[in-house]
Design a protein around this ligand. Structure first.
Ligand code: ATP
Length: 331
């Protein structure tokens, strides 16, 4: 039986994790979940929001499913998400964004993939307070990190029968840092003559995405633009409740939804488990459990297509009712 690390998270994390674990179990796939707590709740007992045992578990099992984890603001702790990605060198953040059956949105036929660099840029955490009225945050872009994320985007395009990779920067203003990312993209692109390339500035991309997202295929972006643009693209397909993601490195991969811990609806049995479930489906495909991944995906799509929805999608089903419908559709 495959052992997979499960981080239940906090906020709505435990509710949506429970739903996903139940659905996977009901599909007939046995997984030995190595449950690891992290976040706000463990600070009291263990002193830090991301104890080493969590990292050790992921290093051992190589794969993790992670619900959102809150990092308390202003208490001096680095973001759990950022630390996890950095310590495990999960350099590629993959956020596929595709219309779902039964979820009406402004545009049909949205099918794009955001590939976000995950380890540097303004997320490097290099900040300094110059004086009371001035703070600096350093944007770090290296050729090494840019090269591997661009290569990841092109390899993904080749493997998944995609036709174009578009690089997103603000290289007209940040000529050195974004300029380096763009220059590296151009060099990497030369090894993939079969894939079309496009270059766009991030502000123009945002405008074009809201005008017609079907113009885009694979997008590759430095960390901060990737974060912002992937929330925008989540909105194109129905919002954060349905936006999946994965953080992939050479050794390990952590699958997690785009959304945060949604404290505003915590414990109310209202959360949509779809984003975590889609992330889990990708995880199952990643480990070669395609039969179960397809079975669960079919059940989810049928459930949504039949008009079953949680409140974030305009429906009235609770998390547990929605989960039960998916399980019933597993056949
Ligand atoms: P973070 O900075 O940690 O990413 P955030 O500020 O983007 O968090 P979220 O926690 O993602 O915020 O929540 C943003 C909004 O989306 C909230 O109103 C929340 O209730 C809603 N939301 C997020 N995820 C879900 C979900 N799975 N189901 C229903 N609503 C959700």
């Amino acid at each position: 039986m495959r052992t997979i690390t499960l981080i239940n998270g906090d906020g709505i994390g435990p509710e949506i994790s429970k739903s996903v674990v139940e659905i996977i179990k009901a599909s007939g796939l046995d997984i030995d979940w190595d449950i690891q707590t992290a976040g706000e709740d463990v600070i009291e007992t263990e002193g830090v929001p991301l104890p080493n045992r969590v990292l050790d578990s992921i290093k051992k099992n190589k794969i993790a499913l992670k619900a959102p984890v809150t990092t308390p603001i202003g208490k001096g702790f680095r973001s759990v998400n950022v630390q996890l990605r950095k310590d495990l060198d999960l350099y590629a953040n993959l956020r596929p964004c595709k219309n779902l059956p039964g979820v009406a949105t402004r545009f049909d036929n949205v099918d794009l993939v955001v590939v976000r660099e995950n380890t540097e840029d303004l997320y490097a955490g290099v900040e300094e307070q110059i004086d009371e009225n001035t703070a600096h945050s350093i944007k770090i872009i290296t050729r090494k990190a840019s090269e591997r994320i661009c290569k990841f985007a092109f390899d993904y395009a080749v493997k998944n029968d995609r036709h174009e990779v578009c690089v997103v920067t603000k290289a007209n203003i940040m000529k050195l840092s974004d300029g380096l990312f763009l220059d590296t993209f151009r060099q990497v692109a030369q090894n993939y003559p079969q894939i079309k390339t496009r270059e766009i500035l991030v502000d123009n991309l945002c405008m074009q995405l809201v005008q017609d997202p079907t113009r885009f295929d694979v997008l590759v972006l430095p960390n901060l633009y990737g974060d912002i643009v992937s929330d925008l693209t989540a909105g194109l397909i129905g919002g954060l409740g349905v936006a999946q993601g994965a953080n992939i490195g050479l050794e390990c991969a952590v699958f997690e939804p785009v959304h945060g811990s949604a404290p505003d609806i915590k414990g109310q049995n209202k959360a949509n488990p779809t984003a975590l479930l889609l992330s889990a489906i990708e995880m199952l495909k990643y480990i070669g459990e395609n039969v179960y991944a397809d079975k669960i995906e079919k059940a989810l799509f049928k459930t949504l297509a039949d008009g079953n929805k949680t409140a974030d999608l305009g429906g009235s089903l609770s998390t547990t009712e929605f989960t039960a419908k998916i399980i019933a559709n597993l056949g």
